[in-house]
Design a protein around this ligand. Structure first.
Ligand SMILES: Nc1ncnc2c1ncn2[C@@H]1O[C@H](COP(=O)(O)OP(=O)(O)O)[C@@H](O)[C@H]1O
Ligand SMILES: [Mg+2]
Length: 624
């Protein structure tokens, strides 16, 4: 008949193609499979995320309604026009035409506006979720982080939020209009003729069945593909990072076979899921054609029986096509929902995590007292019978440590690898809380101070020097944003980082992520300079000298001596030569203090220290 819905059908075909392509592209966001949390928390989070945008959401839905109703109203008016033309009521044609124009404008206007609003809304919610997880992660302690894993944390901030964002968008523009379209189309059909209403009801139910079957078959395959993507990611990361080891041990073939199985599994699942869709789509297209025949046939009889007019047949065919098209879209959105739920649940897991290290309620009060007192005492930090045990360890890493760090003095800690030296530094920064005893800052328990303030008094050079991507100047100003260029150059000189002067761009030289474009020793010295730029009461150098040659080590120590006269210094080292001049040396053995004193005193009294010293002078200074 007139106005065969060819356009719509072409649209659906195109859509189905996109969707089938999408079936594979959609899944490659990394999400690890973890136990799902309760439904209630997930819904609570979604409500919390949507709450600020509730009016926007309502407006979006209203605009979508306008789109759907406009879309359905056009064929209604068109058929009325045809009926009017056949019954030769020429004057009405213009009215119908005008109404169609209004419907078209309302429909496409609603469509454009609702897509725009839905994508804005989804993007805002995605940003809020990303921000919430990120902010939370900043407040988490090292222990919390290792509970979740850094990789998973990144996935949760980026990938998961993207899935939620995408699903929200799809739920709005693809899922929400479907039921409305079905109800309105059925109602319009019944209004035309009750038999045609039954036909449309039948079409809708058939499409519901096809949709339900497709979803039921495809969802588990999708979930399985998700697991396989995770497996591929893990395996690939392992093979790529470990490629030298794999080559060195001649394991290429095994590795390839291992990857092959995973790739194969993924390919098979992808084929199966596409098979399901192909079946669902061909069934839908078959239904479309069948329905057109059915409507024309039943319609012709009804027209013959004078129950309805001939022009209405094209409207009914159009209603049926719109219903089917909407249901196909809804199918796509429905498939996304289980994944989005899993992603939301993972976000909830992070957001509900109670940080291990947190500020005491009255922390700010202590801070004020602390700033009032800081300059009076010589003792900056005192460790008072400190013991510490990691969550997952069965014995104490540090046991009953007692010593003080004083202004203008260097305290050195020496001991074998694994004796707990770095752990002391981490406790001073309150990356972990002590298990027993207390760390006293100016007489106040570290745990009673605000974390930010407690750390502001410390300049720390970690054992693994980490630089941020940016310029050298950016990195040096990390702890002191207002430092002048002169101060930066001075710190670089003290840190023996003279190589910076030879770089063509000087302070503006580029640093790649992690500082990978510098050697280990250069990175170390930049990290030392970064700490020196910052004015602090306590400087902690965690094994910062081990990557330096003896001459640079000596020059650096010499330069430091004049530099840190107002502050306490904690120097963690493995070489006796590095710490020989320290005011106080703490000898650590398996987390216990086995000697405290100056070099000379320890040479007299401490067997462990003498052994270290002798092994190093004999071996010519063993180095890690
Ligand atoms: N995050 C952690 N979880 C559990 N154990 C840890 C952790 N970090 C370090 N350890 C353990 O604590 C001990 C001391 O580590 P560390 O302080 O780094 O030693 P050092 O710096 O003296 O080489 C080691 O035995 C190490 O295995
Ligand atoms: Mg260490």
């Amino acid at each position: 008949m007139i106005a065969s819905p060819l356009g719509d059908r072409l649209y659906s075909v195109m859509y189905a193609m996109i969707r089938r392509g999408g079936a594979m592209a959609e899944v490659d966001t990394t999400t690890e499979n973890e136990p799902m949390l309760g439904k209630r928390e997930t819904v609570r989070l979604l409500v919390r995320l949507l709450k600020p945008y509730r009016w926007q959401a309502v407006a979006t839905l209203l605009l979508l309604m306008s789109d759907v109703i406009g879309m359905l109203y056009i064929p209604t008016e068109l058929s009325a026009m045809v009926n009017a033309a056949i019954s030769r009521q020429g004057a009405d044609l213009g009215v119908h035409g005008a109404r169609m124009l209004v419907a078209a404008i309302a429909g496409s206007g609603g469509c454009i506006a609702s897509y725009y609003m839905a994508s804005r809304l989804a993007a805002n919610v995605g940003r809020d979720l990303r921000m919430a997880v990120y902010k939370k992660s900043l407040g988490l302690s090292v222990a919390d982080f290792s509970r979740i894993g850094t990789g998973s944390m990144i996935t949760r901030t980026m990938g998961d939020a993207n899935v939620v964002q995408q699903t929200l968008m799809m739920s709005f523009v693809m899922l929400a209009p479907a039921p409305v379209a079905c109800v309105v189309a059925i109602a319009l059909s019944f209004a035309t003729d009750w038999q045609m209403g039954v036909v449309l009801l039948f079409v809708t139910v058939m499409m519901l069945v096809v949709t339900a079957l497709a979803i039921m078959r495809a969802t588990p395959i999708f979930m399985r593909m998700q697991e396989l993507v995770d497996a591929m990611n893990t395996r690939l990361r392992e093979s790529i990072t470990g490629v030298r080891v794999i080559r060195a041990f001649g394991r290429q073939r095994m590795d390839r076979e291992r990857l092959d199985t995973t790739f194969e599994g993924y390919a098979r699942s992808a084929i199966r899921v596409n098979y399901v869709f192909t079946l669902a789509d061909s069934l839908t297209f078959f239904l479309m054609n069948g329905v057109e025949v059915l409507i024309t046939w039943v319609g012709a009889n009804r027209v013959g029986a004078l129950a309805m007019q001939i022009g209405s047949i094209s409207a009914l065919v159009n209603y049926a096509m719109i219903v089917m098209f909407m249901m196909m879209m809804a199918q796509f959105a429905l498939l996304q929902i289980p994944r989005a739920r899993a992603c939301l649940a993972r976000a909830v897991e992070v957001l509900d995590l109670e940080p291990r290290v947190k500020d005491a309620p009255d922390a700010e009060k202590h801070h004020r007292k602390l700033t009032a007192r800081t300059d009076e005492t010589r003792e900056v930090v005192r460790l008072d019978h400190v013991s510490f045990r990691f969550d997952d360890a069965d014995e104490d890493t540090l046991c009953d440590l007692t010593f003080a760090l004083r202004r203008g003095e260097t305290t050195a800690v020496i001991g074998n690898t694994g004796s707990g030296k770095s752990t002391i530094a981490k406790l001073l920064l309150r990356l972990f809380d002590v298990t027993d005893g207390a760390i006293l800052v100016d007489g106040y328990d570290l745990r009673s101070l605000p974390q930010r303030e407690a750390r502001a008094h410390v300049a720390y050079v970690p054992q693994q020097a980490w630089l941020f991507s940016g310029t050298i100047a950016d990195n040096l100003r990390h702890g002191a944003p207002d430092a002048t260029d002169e101060e930066l150059w001075h710190a670089l000189d003290v840190a023996q980082a003279t190589f910076v002067r030879e770089l063509p761009d000087g302070l503006a030289s580029r640093v790649s992520q992690g500082g990978k474009n510098f050697s280990g020793g250069q990175r170390q010295r930049l990290a030392i300079a970064r700490a020196l730029v910052r004015k602090a009461d306590l400087y902690v150098f965690d094994d910062s000298f081990s990557a330096l040659d003896f001459k640079t080590d000596a020059a650096l120590r010499h330069a430091l001596k004049g530099e840190l006269t107002d502050a306490a210094t904690l120097l963690i080292a493995q070489r006796v030569s590095t710490i020989r001049d320290a005011s106080q040396i703490v000898v650590l053995e398996e987390g216990r203090v086995v000697g405290i004193g100056t070099h000379d005193e320890l040479m007299e009294t401490c067997d462990a220290y003498r052994e270290i010293e002798e092994s190093q002078t004999r071996g010519g200074g063993v180095d890690e």
